[in-house]
Design a protein. Structure first.
Length: 168
């Protein structure tokens, strides 16, 4: 019986080692990928806020916070990771305050504070060359940043060229 148990244990250990190897070789986003994603949401946050789209602004700041959580999960060994909360917590709180007030001027001021917090974090971690600014152009051309007045579903419009091609 002991021999069978030893074989089973050895087999399980081999399977565990194989799974560990697969995990070690699986894709893990790097710090730069996370930062690029934050940059996109930072820009979207700006345009949502200056357009008074508080629901979208809240969504975007929460997306940024989720990415920070992912950095802490996937890059815990990086020194930059350890300083994220120290530099960004007050900036996040200020954005939540502005969203709660639903005041565009307060939002602009608090967004500048958040942006400065990002830059201070970069400088403190040796990445001062990476300067974040307040966006001047839309990050994407296929999103409307104005608030939705009434949410209703629209019937899709089929372009004439596609519709006529279907009839043939």
């Amino acid at each position: 019986m002991a021999c069978n148990s030893d074989k089973k244990t050895a087999s399980l250990e081999k399977e565990i080692d194989s799974l560990k190897q697969q995990l070690n070789n699986s894709y893990k986003p790097g710090f730069g990928e996370f930062m690029s994603s934050i940059q996109m949401h930072h820009a979207k946050l700006w345009f949502a806020g200056i357009n008074g789209n508080w629901q979208l602004a809240d969504f975007e700041i929460n997306e940024i916070k989720e990415i920070i959580d992912d950095i802490q999960k996937f890059c815990p060994e990086r020194p930059e990771t350890k300083s994220l909360n120290d530099f960004l917590s007050a900036g996040f709180d200020s954005i939540y305050h502005a969203i709660g007030k639903q005041d565009i001027e307060i939002f602009k001021d608090k967004f500048a504070f958040l942006t400065t917090s990002c830059n201070n974090c970069h400088k403190a971690n040796g990445y001062g060359i990476n300067v974040v600014t307040i966006p001047t152009v839309l990050p994407v051309s296929n999103q409307d940043f104005k608030p939705v007045i009434k949410q209703e579903f629209l019937k899709p419009v089929v372009p004439e060229t596609v519709d006529s091609a279907r009839r043939q």
